[in-house]
Design a protein around this ligand. Structure first.
Ligand SMILES: Cc1cc2nc3c(=O)[nH]c(=O)nc-3n(C[C@H](O)[C@H](O)[C@H](O)COP(=O)(O)O)c2cc1C
Ligand code: SF4
Length: 640
C-alpha cells in the first residue's frame, strides 16, 4: 500500500528527529501515536523501511507495550487504576458508573469513536485514589459527582485543555521529611564537590557510605559503580530507572518533583566517576504528565552550564535524554529496561553478563533508581559519614516510603532505616491494621504480630511501597488483585512464570468464588516453589510472595473460602447448563450432571472429582489424582 505523501513526510521527519536510530523505536512509536491516536499498520511499514528494520520487528515492539494501540481508540481514553488500594476506595463502582452513563462496554471503543474506558494496573497515585488517566493525564480523588461531570464533558466533547484544571491537580503529599527531602543544596553543588574531590575519592565515599540501591534489591551502589568504571568499553552509560511500576509505589513521582536537581546531580556524579557522556532517564509511561517539567528543567540546566557538552566550566561532557516507557511493569527490571531503551520489547536478558559490563548498546552501564541517584549526590556533597550516621549498620541512610491504603494520612514518609513497622503505622495513622504489604505486589505481607520488625535490608527489605489493610478488609481480594497483576504483567517469555501466574489467578478466582479446596492450596504451594526456582527473571521470582505469605501467615483467609476439602472444579458446569435445561424443559435428575459427570470423565464415584450439585454442602474427599495438576495448569494457560 502506498502511503500518502503527508504521512510519509511525518514518518521521515520523526525518524530524522531521532537521528534515524532504530534503537529509538519506542520513542518514534510514541511520536506516531501522539499524532494519530494509534499505530496504523501502513505507518509501521513505512517506519520499518526508514529505520532498516523488518515490519515484524516493528510490530513485535509495538504489540508488547500496553499503552501502544494497534487499533483505533476513542478520542477520550480513560484508564482507571486497578490497584487494590483504588479498588478499596471504590474504583470498580465508579468505572461501572462511567460506562453506564456513557452507554459503554468496558474495554470497547464507543461506536462513534468518542471514548473508551478500561483499567490499567496502577497509576502511581495510590495516596490520592481512586484515580484514572485520561489521555495520559492523571486525575485523583474521584467520586460519583466527578464521574458524572467527566461523562458530561466527554459527551459535550469538551477538549481536555478546557476541563477544570484543578481536576488534574496532583499533590506531592509529603508527610515526613528527613535527610533527603530536607536538603537545600543548590543545583550542581554535589557535582562541584565531586569535581573538587576527584572521581576516585568520590567513588570511595559512595562505597564507604554503604549506600544500597533504593529500587528494591538493595545492591551496593558503590560496588556497582566500581564494577562499571573498571569495565572496558567504547562508552559508558548512566541510566536512571524512573519506571516505578510497583503497585502502591509513588515515591519516585514525588522525588522527580521535589529532588529533581539532586537526582540529576547524582547522574552527573556517576558520569564523572564512570567517564560517561550520555545518561538516560527511563520515565514510566503513566508519568507522561512529568515529561514537560522534566524536559524544561533539563533545558534550563543546559542553559546554565549544569548539563550538556562542556558543562561545569568545561570539566564535564554529559547530557541526559528522557525515554518514555509505554506501560509495561517488567521494564522496571534493569535488563528489560535496557532492551526497551534499545527499541525492543522489554524482555529480561539472560545474566551474566550484567549491565555493568554489557548493558545499553552492549557497553558498560549502571542502572540506578531515582532515589539512589539523589542519595548518591548527597553523599558526594556531605561525605560518607552523613549517610552512615543514619539508619542501621547494614542499611545506612534513609528510605522514602509510599504509604497508601487504610491509613488516616496516606502519602510520602522519609524515615531512617531501622524504624519499626509499628512506628511507621503510628506516623500515618494505621495502627489498627491487620496486615501490610512491604514492597507492593512483589514483596512480603506482614500480619500485626510482625509489626515490631524493622524496615531494613537485614530484616524487612522494601522498595518503599507500603499498603495497609484494616481489619475489615477481605485479604482474598488482595490475593486476587496481586495474582491478576502478575498474570497481566508477565512477559510470557518463560513457561514457569507464564503458566504459573495464570494458574495463580485461576486459583484466586476460585477462592474468591468460595470454590477453593485443600488441593488448590497445595497447587498454590507448588506454583510458589516452581516459580521461585525456575523463573527467568525477578518478576516470576517475586510474583508469589504475597500469596505465599497470605497462605501461611493468614490461614483464615483461605480457610474461610474453602468449599470442599478435596478437589473442586473452578467452574460450576451444572449451573452453567441451567439455561439449556430451561430451553429443553427438563429438570429431571438425568438432566443434571451430578454423578453423571463421572461417567463422562471416566472418574469412579467417590473419587476425587465427585461433582456436587448446586445445593451440595461442603464435604470431605480424598486427595487429588496426579492427572489433575497438569489439567488445571494447561487450562489456566489457555491450552486445550
Ligand atoms: C519486575 C521488576 C520490576 C522492577 N521495577 C523497578 C522499578 O520500577 N524501579 C527501580 O528502580 N527498580 C526496579 N526493579 C529493580 C531493577 O531491576 C534494578 O535492580 C534497579 O533499578 C537498580 O537500581 P538500584 O540499585 O538503585 O536499586 C525491578 C525489578 C524487577 C525484577
Ligand atoms: S519470569 Fe515472567 S516476566 Fe520474567 S522473563 Fe519469565 S515470563 Fe517474562
Amino acid at each position: 500500500m502506498v502511503l500518502p505523501s503527508r504521512d510519509l513526510r511525518f514518518v521521515q521527519t520523526s525518524v530524522a528527529r531521532h537521528r534515524g536510530d532504530p534503537t529509538r523505536l519506542v520513542q518514534i512509536l510514541w511520536d506516531v501515536q501522539d499524532a494519530y491516536g494509534w499505530l496504523p499498520e501502513p505507518i509501521l511499514g513505512a517506519l520499518a523501511g526508514e529505520l532498516g528494520l523488518s515490519l515484524a520487528q516493528v510490530r513485535s515492539t509495538a504489540s508488547f507495550y500496553h499503552f501502544f494501540h494497534l487499533r483505533q481508540m476513542g478520542a477520550y481514553r480513560v484508564l482507571f487504576s486497578d490497584n487494590i488500594t483504588d479498588r478499596m476506595l471504590g474504583s470498580e463502582a465508579l468505572l461501572e458508573r462511567l460506562c453506564r452513563t456513557l452507554w459503554l462496554e468496558r474495554g470497547k471503543v464507543s461506536e462513534d469513536g468518542l471514548v473508551s474506558v478500561d483499567t490499567t494496573s496502577c497509576t502511581g497515585l495510590c495516596d490520592q485514589g481512586p484515580a484514572l488517566l485520561i489521555n495520559h493525564r492523571p486525575m485523583g480523588g474521584l467520586n460519583e459527582a466527578r464521574i458524572d461531570a467527566i461523562a458530561e464533558h466527554i459527551r459535550e466533547r469538551v477538549p481536555l485543555a478546557q476541563w477544570p484544571q484543578e481536576w488534574f491537580d496532583i499533590s506531592p503529599n509529603v508527610r515526613r521529611r528527613d535527610w533527603l527531602l530536607n536538603h537545600r543544596a543548590p543545583a550542581g553543588a554535589a557535582v562541584r564537590a565531586t569535581l573538587a574531590r576527584g572521581a576516585a575519592g568520590t567513588l570511595q565515599e559512595i562505597i564507604d557510605s554503604g549506600l544500597r540501591g533504593r529500587g528494591g534489591a538493595g545492591f551496593s551502589t558503590g560496588a556497582k559503580w566500581q564494577a562499571c568504571r573498571d569495565a572496558p568499553g567504547s562508552a559508558h552509560y548512566v541510566v536512571c530507572n524512573a519506571d516505578e511500576g510497583e503497585p502502591g509505589t509513588f515515591k519516585d513521582r514525588v522525588l522527580l518533583g521535589e529532588c529533581l536537581d539532586l537526582m540529576l546531580d547524582g547522574m552527573c556524579v556517576a558520569a564523572h566517576i564512570l567517564g560517561a557522556r550520555q545518561g538516560l532517564i527511563y520515565l514510566r509511561g503513566e508519568y507522561h504528565h512529568l515529561l514537560d517539567p522534566l524536559e524544561t528543567r533539563l533545558a534550563e540546566r543546559r542553559a546554565t552550564g549544569l548539563l550538556g557538552p562542556g558543562c561545569f566550566e568545561g570539566r564535564l561532557d554529559f547530557d541526559v535524554e528522557i525515554h518514555r516507557g509505554a506501560g509495561a511493569y517488567i521494564c522496571g527490571e534493569e535488563t528489560a529496561l535496557i532492551e526497551s531503551l534499545e527499541g525492543k520489547a522489554g524482555k529480561a536478558r539472560i545474566r551474566p553478563p550484567f549491565p555493568v559490563t554489557h548493558g545499553y548498546r552492549n557497553q558498560p552501564t549502571i542502572v540506578n533508581n531515582v532515589e539512589s541517584f539523589a542519595l548518591a549526590a548527597l553523599v558526594a556533597l556531605e561525605g560518607a559519614a552523613a549517610c552512615t550516621a543514619r539508619g542501621t549498620p547494614a542499611s545506612s541512610g534513609t528510605k522514602v516510603l509510599s504509604i497508601s491504603g487504610d491509613v488516616q494520612r496516606p502519602g510520602i514518609y522519609e524515615v531512617p532505616f531501622g524504624v519499626t513497622v509499628r512506628e511507621v503505622l503510628a506516623m500515618c495513622g494505621g495502627l489498627d491494621a491487620q496486615a501490610i504489604t512491604t514492597a507492593g505486589a512483589a514483596g512480603h505481607c506482614l500480619p500485626a504480630s510482625e509489626f515490631d520488625r524493622r524496615l531494613a535490608f537485614e530484616d524487612v527489605a522494601t522498595g518503599g511501597s507500603i499498603m495497609v489493610f484494616a481489619p475489615h478488609r477481605d485479604l482474598i481480594e488482595l490475593a486476587r488483585n496481586v495474582a491478576h497483576f502478575f498474570a497481566h504483567e508477565s512477559c510470557g517469555f518463560c513457561t514457569p512464570c507464564r503458566v504459573g501466574t495464570a494458574v495463580n489467578l485461576r486459583l484466586m478466582e476460585k477462592f474468591l468464588a468460595r470454590r477453593g479446596s485443600p488441593y488448590d492450596l497445595e497447587e498454590l504451594e507448588r506454583m510458589h516453589r516452581l516459580m521461585q526456582g525456575a523463573s527467568h527473571c525477578g518478576l516470576g521470582n517475586t510474583a508469589t510472595l504475597v500469596l505465599h505469605d497470605l497462605r501461611h501467615k493468614f490461614p483464615q483467609v483461605f480457610a474461610q473460602r474453602l468449599y470442599s476439602s478435596g478437589y473442586e472444579p473452578a467452574f460450576d458446569l451444572d449451573a452453567a447448563l441451567s439455561e439449556a435445561r430451561q430451553m429443553s424443559g427438563r429438570n429431571d435428575p438425568d438432566a443434571h450432571l451430578g454423578d453423571n459427570l463421572h461417567a463422562h470423565l471416566g472418574v469412579p464415584l467417590g473419587g476425587t472429582t465427585r461433582f456436587l450439585g448446586p445445593q451440595a454442602q461442603p464435604r470431605t474427599a480424598a486427595r487429588a489424582t496426579t492427572a489433575q495438576p497438569a489439567a488445571s495448569a494447561a487450562a489456566a494457560a489457555g491450552k486445550p
